[in-house]
Design a protein around this ligand. Structure first.
Ligand SMILES: C[S@@+](CC[C@H](N)C(=O)[O-])C[C@H]1O[C@@H](n2cnc3c(N)ncnc32)[C@H](O)[C@@H]1O
Length: 358
């Protein structure tokens, strides 16, 4: 059992930052999300300023320190100097591990891959990133290193299974917490609306840039009773193909996927009078170019989730961009939240701005 502080999901980001500032967020246990509350594992009973929140003893999973054990295992095959250059963080998509290896260690890459294969029983294939995320499809070249020769993986997250070719389709397992956050928001908003109006109104949701449909499937499966339909739009035919497979794999009936360019599809949907209750824009590199398209499919009350990569000093710029786009579209908006959902480099974060069209 671990001492946790129970915080409503809407206040979670603020409290997380405060706990981190107080050096009181435990790094030994995972953060738990349950029924609209976030349970933060803490090191000590907190100061008075947290009095408004309940302290709860909870059974919580520990954070596995595989990176340390990979480093330990690598110390047997690499020199001390090489060890300082090795990156021990890797992505795991199903049983495919994806390493990042610096140029100067490339002559040892198979050895490094073999060590990882040996220490992790759940890894069957080890690949190495061979480029950054490129082009419109945001895909990344992968070099096969060791293990079973394959690039197609079956990945599990948030109660769904996903099949994808890790080289032909963009997918990041690191976004699973963010996907869960969106599900919790949908559930909370549904409860709130039901309490206020006594009406159950299921949401119609648009996921622009849907890839192999991780957001669509996670939402459609985990917020089944709150969702009427999830529509995904994806330009990469391979992403679309796996998206269709993933709908079948998870036996979901409330998703529709469109293979095409948001720039062309959005005006067509708009002409048909289509409007959504919630719109997700998970293309952080260029989301601002698509605000106009998202806004044309919004109505009063639509919840928008706008993703971006930004230096923390520039967070306000994204808010300004959103406000400007809304003025241009003759719509009012209210910024609800800014969430850090990943770090790209020192000071640069993947952020999500939640805002409402008013
Ligand atoms: C960062 S990925 C996100 C994929 C998916 N939502 C996920 O989280 O795994 C962005 C996706 O947007 C797609 N994309 C880029 N430009 C697009 C456009 N104009 N219309 C539709 N999809 C686009 C890319 O092919 C890529 O799959």
């Amino acid at each position: 059992m671990v001492l946790t502080i129970k915080v409503p999901v809407k206040e979670a980001n603020k409290i997380k930052n405060e706990l981190m500032k107080d050096n009181n967020l435990s790094d030994k246990y995972k953060v738990r999300l349950e029924n609209g509350f976030v349970f933060f594992p803490i090191n000590n009973k907190p100061k008075k300023s947290y009095n408004k929140y309940k302290l709860v003893n909870k059974k919580i999973e520990t954070i596995k320190k595989e990176a340390t054990s990979l480093k330990e295992a690598l110390s047997k095959v690499l020199t001390k100097k090489e060890l300082t250059r090795v990156k021990t963080a890797y992505d795991l998509i199903g049983d495919v591990a994806i390493l990042e290896i610096d140029e100067e260690l490339r002559n040892k890459e198979k050895k490094i891959g073999k060590v990882l294969l040996d220490i992790r029983k759940d890894v069957e294939t080890v690949l190495r990133k061979d480029s950054s995320h490129e082009g419109v499809f945001r895909t990344q070249k992968m070099k096969y290193l060791v293990g079973e020769k394959k690039k197609v993986a079956f990945h599990k997250e948030n109660n769904i299974r996903l099949k994808l070719n890790v080289e032909k389709v963009y997918f990041s397992p690191r976004l699973s917490t963010e996907r869960k956050r969106i599900v919790e928001l949908i559930k909370n908003d549904f409860k709130e609306l039901e309490n206020n109006t006594k009406k159950k109104t299921k949401e119609n949701i648009l996921v622009m840039f849907s890839g192999c449909a991780p957001y669509c499937c996670v939402i459609a499966n985990n917020a089944k009773d709150m969702v009427n339909k999830v529509i995904g739009i994806e330009i990469n035919p391979e992403g679309h193909k796996y998206g269709l497979e993933n709908i079948k794999l998870n036996k979901l009936i409330n998703i529709g996927l469109i293979n095409g360019d948001v720039k062309k599809i959005a005006p067509k949907l708009s002409k048909l009078g289509t409007k959504f209750d919630r719109i997700l824009m998970p293309l952080p590199k260029h989301a601002e170019d698509f605000l106009e398209d998202a806004l044309m499919l919004s109505k009063k009350g639509t919840d928008m989730h706008f993703y971006n990569f930004l230096h923390e000093k520039e967070f306000d710029n994204a808010k300004k961009t959103i406000k400007k786009a809304c003025i241009k579209a003759k719509k009012k908006c209210k910024i609800l939240n800014l969430i850090k959902c990943g770090q790209q480099s020192p000071g640069v974060y993947r952020i999500c701005i939640d805002f409402k069209v008013m």
